[in-house]
Design a protein around this ligand. Structure first.
Ligand code: NAD
Length: 353
C-alpha cells in the first residue's frame, strides 16, 4: 500500500498542493492498491507551530513513507532567522541530507501550446527537450561554512568526493542512454580544482558507457548556450551550485517556472516538488500555477512507483487543458482563458474524466 508524505510547506505551496492531491487521488482511485496520504508541517509553517522547520513528527512520517511530496518552503517572515534555522536550510537541505537525495532531475520540454509563452523566439525553443541532472547532496551548499572577525569575513567551502561525483555521473549516463545518448557535463574546470577532479571522474565513468557521447562545457558558457541554442542539449549533468542556477535559467525557456517539476532521488526514497519557491509575491491570491506541482505528482508515479500509465494520464490531461485554451496568468497570452490556481486544478480534473 503506497504511503505518501505530503508537505505543503509555505506560501503558494499551500495552494498548489491541494490541487495536485485532487489530481493524484483521481488517478490512483482506478489502481488496485489503496493509497495513503499523511500530511505534515515543514518550513516556516512548522517553525510557527512547533518551533522547528523540520520537526521530528514530520521526519517520522517521511521515514515511514514511500515517497515525499513537497510544495515549497520559506518566506520573508522567516528570513531574519540564523541560516541553519531558516526553512530553506533546515527543511529543504535537511530532507535532502536525511534521505540522501543526491540526484535532482528536472525535465525541460517545450510544450507546443506554450511556444508563445516563452520569452525566447519560437524557432529557438520549439525543439527543446532536455533533462538537467543536478548533484544535490554535496558541494558548496553542504561544505563547511562560517564567519570570521577581524577583519569581518564569511566563507563557504566546496568539496566533492570521487564517490559523490561518480554516482551522479552514473545517473547522467543512464538517463542519456534512455534518450538521445548525449551527455554534457558542466563545470568550471578552468578555475576550480573540484571541477578539474569532476572532469577526470566523468571521463573515467564514460568508459563504462561507450554508447553515450560525453562532452564538457564551462558553466558560464552553459548559461549562455541555454539562451542561444537550448535545443542542442539532451542530458546535462552538473554540480549542486551550477545546477541550481542553470535549472532556473532553463525553467523560463518553457514560459514559466510554474511549469517545471523536479524529482530528487536517493537510494531509497524520492522527493517530488516544483522547481519554484513559495512565491510570497503571489501567495494567498489564487494566482499560482499548480501545474509544476501536478507534474511533480506524475513524476512521482513514474520514478517511485513505475505507474507510467497513470503519469501519462496526468500529462495528457494537461495537454487537453492547454488545447482548450486555458492558462494560468504566468503563461497566458492575449486571448487565452485565464484561470486561478483552484480553477486550473478543476480543469485538469475535468480533462482526466
Ligand atoms: P520563487 O520561485 O518563489 O518566485 C520567483 C518568481 O516566480 C516570483 O515572481 C513568483 O511569483 C514566480 N512564481 C514562482 N512559482 C510560480 C507559480 N507556480 N506560478 C506563478 N508564478 C510563480 O523564488 P523566490 O522569490 O526567489 O523565493 C521565494 C521564497 O521561496 C524564498 O523564501 C526562497 O528561499 C524560497 N524558495 C524555496 C524553494 C523550495 O522550497 N524548494 C525553492 C526556491 C526558493
Amino acid at each position: 500500500m503506497p504511503n505518501i508524505a505530503v508537505l505543503p510547506g509555505d506560501g503558494i505551496g499551500r495552494e498548489i498542493m491541494p490541487q495536485a492531491l485532487r489530481v493524484l487521488q483521481a488517478v490512483v482511485k482506478d489502481l488496485p492498491e489503496t493509497w495513503e496520504f499523511s500530511e505534515c508541517l515543514a518550513g516556516g509553517a512548522a517553525i510557527d507551530a512547533l518551533g522547528k522547520a523540520l520537526p521530528e513528527e514530520t521526519l517520522k512520517v517521511c521515514h515511514q513513507a514511500d515517497a515525499i511530496l513537497l510544495g515549497a518552503v520559506g518566506g520573508p517572515k522567516w528570513d531574519t532567522l540564523p541560516g541553519p534555522e531558516r526553512p530553506e536550510m533546515a527543511a529543504l537541505l535537511g530532507l535532502r541530507k536525511e534521505f540522501g537525495l543526491y540526484a535532482n532531475i528536472r525535465p525541460v520540454k517545450m510544450l507546443p501550446y506554450l511556444l508563445d509563452a516563452s520569452p525566447l523566439k519560437r524557432e529557438r525553443v520549439e525543439n527543446v527537450d532536455m533533462v538537467i541532472i543536478r548533484e544535490l547532496n554535496g558541494g558548496l551548499y553542504f561544505g563547511e561554512k562560517g564567519r570570521k572577525t577581524n577583519p569581518p569575513a564569511a566563507y563557504d567551502t566546496m568539496i566533492y568526493s570521487e564517490d559523490e561525483i561518480r554516482r551522479i555521473l552514473h545517473v547522467g549516463f543512464k538517463t542519456a542512454q534512455a534518450r538521445q545518448k548525449r551527455l554534457c557535463s558542466v563545470d568550471k574546470a578552468n578555475v576550480l580544482e573540484t571541477s578539474r577532479f569532476w572532469r577526470e571522474v566523468a571521463n573515467q565513468v564514460a568508459t563504462e558507457y561507450p554508447d553515450v557521447e560525453l562532452s564538457h562545457m564551462y558553466a558560464d558558457n552553459a548559461g549562455m548556450q541555454l539562451i542561444l541554442n537550448p535545443s542542442q542539449f539532451d542530458v546535462m549533468v552538473t554540480d549542486n551550485t551550477f545546477g541550481d542556477l542553470l535549472s532556473d535559467i532553463a525553467s523560463v525557456l518553457g514560459g514559466s517556472i510554474g511549469m517545471l517539476s523536479s524529482a530528487s532521488l536517493g537510494e531509497k526514497i524520492g522527493l517530488y516538488e516544483p522547481a519554484h519557491g513559495s512565491a510570497p509575491d503571489i501567495a494567498g491570491k489564487n494566482l499560482a500555477n499548480p501545474l509544476a506541482m501536478i507534474l511533480s505528482v506524475a513524476s512521482m508515479l513514474r520514478h517511485s512507483f513505475a505507474r507510467h500509465e497513470a503519469a501519462a494520464k496526468i500529462e495528457q490531461a494537461i495537454d487537453r487543458v492547454f488545447a482548450a485554451g486555458y492558462r494560468t496568468g504566468d503563461i497566458a497570452k492575449p486571448g487565452d482563458k485565464v484561470l486561478g490556481t483552484k480553477e486550473m486544478g478543476d480543469a485538469v480534473l475535468e480533462a482526466l474524466r
